[in-house]
Write a protein that binds this ligand. Structure first.
Ligand SMILES: [Zn+2]
Length: 378
């Protein structure tokens, strides 16, 4: 079996099972369930002959019968999937926690792709929460170093990782896959393509290079893609990491670099942190007059979806916390507002947010607000 692990098959099974039990009759089986049933029937000598027998098996602890790959950490294998013809609470929790209810195969694959990064993030976040200030600064810096590296390097090699991270290179290695003929990435005559906006390009159905987020590519991309020679051991970030970390990260990083530029011109922008508190939000700015601004970059096509996402506004930290902010800015890429005039207003209304101290601004407008601020203090 190909490296179906990190819990892919298990996740497919339970997503398919939940869909199946929601249908009025079990047939036709949801595609995810059918697929894993086929795999199980190959692996098990005593594979159940009928659907009721299969359900009976699902009523036993998972560890007693599961034999087709990893079980994700967030599911306790001593528990069972089904009880009295319904999914168990344990399974329901697992699906809700992973936002997995009713999702399709493609999204399961992406979800599984993202598990290594999520695990890493949760560990760093827990370490941060449990320690003292000087240690917190180190953890935050280490997390930012890794995240920024991923955003800047959708392609890498183990040698390059060792050079950058020394003995800790393996921490990064698990976010990458080999550039093989069956990976998602586009390859042609010994080269792969890198876009400055959307990172590694994938192969479309008809075999042409294309972005994994087409609408980002259409609106923002430069067409002069960078060609990268496929050297031995070349790796590419998994598709999930490309979508969730690299592409949104490109905007976050562009803003960070722009603000660094302002910082070199104006001493009144005292400090600038990226991913403070292990990604509590994206950027924190401290000004000479004592004010702190927080920034979260948000890139949603649909202003209503974004409005719902940020409903209730950001978490407010107490004044003695190093994540405290006086003003909070949701910053969106400029062309969201250009393509959809009134985008920011719509988000604000949908989120039910008052104007101050929480703001929703396009990238350029935010940069102008920062310049105005540093100028005024100066
Ligand atoms: Zn692109």
């Amino acid at each position: 079996m190909k490296s179906h692990d990190e819990g892919t098959l298990f996740t497919m099974l339970v997503v398919g099972l939940e869909k199946c039990l929601r249908q009025r009759t079990p047939y036709p089986y949801p595609a995810e369930l059918q697929y894993v049933m086929n795999v199980l029937s190959l692996y098990m000598t005593n594979y159940p002959k009928t659907f009721p027998d299969l359900l009976t098996m699902f009523e036993k602890p998972v560890k007693d019968w599961w034999c087709a790959g990893d079980i994700p950490d967030s599911f306790d294998p001593r528990l069972r999937l089904v009880y009295m013809g319904q999914i168990t609470e344990a399974l329901e929790d697992f699906l809700i926690e992973g936002e997995l209810r009713g999702i399709d195969l493609k999204r399961i694959m992406l979800h599984v792709d993202n598990l290594p990064f999520r695990k890493f993030y949760e560990q760093m976040r827990a370490d941060y929460d449990q320690t003292q200030l000087d240690e917190q600064i180190i953890i935050e810096a280490k997390y930012a170093h890794i995240r920024v590296f991923l955003i800047q390097h959708p392609f890498t090699t183990p040698a390059a990782l060792r050079k950058e991270f020394g003995l800790q290179w393996e921490l990064l290695d698990k976010f990458y896959i080999s550039v093989e003929p069956d990976s998602y990435v586009y390859r042609s005559e010994g080269i792969v393509l890198n876009c400055l906006v959307c990172g590694a390009l994938k192969s479309s159905r008809d075999g042409n290079p294309t972005s994994v987020k087409l609408e980002v590519c259409q609106n923002r991309c430069l067409t002069d893609w960078q060609e990268i020679f496929i050297e031995p051991h070349l790796k590419v970030v998994s598709e999930g990491v490309l979508r969730r970390i690299v592409i949104p990260g490109r905007v976050e990083l562009a803003l960070y670099i722009h603000l660094q530029d302002i910082q070199t011109q104006f001493a009144t922008l005292n400090s600038l942190r990226i991913y403070p508190g292990v990604d509590a939000y994206d950027l924190q700015l401290h000004f000479e007059d004592g004010e702190a601004w927080a920034v979260d970059v948000k890139d949603y096509r649909d202003p209503i979806a974004l409005g719902r996402e940020i409903e209730g506004g950001p978490f407010r930290y107490p004044q003695n916390n190093r994540l405290y902010w006086d003003r909070f800015y949701y910053v969106i890429p400029d062309e969201r507002e250009t393509h959809y005039p009134g985008y920011c207003d719509k988000v604000r209304r949908e989120a039910g947010l008052e104007e101050a101290p929480i703001h929703i601004l396009p990238f350029s407008a935010f940069c102008r607000a920062v310049k105005k601020k540093v100028w005024e203090i100066d």
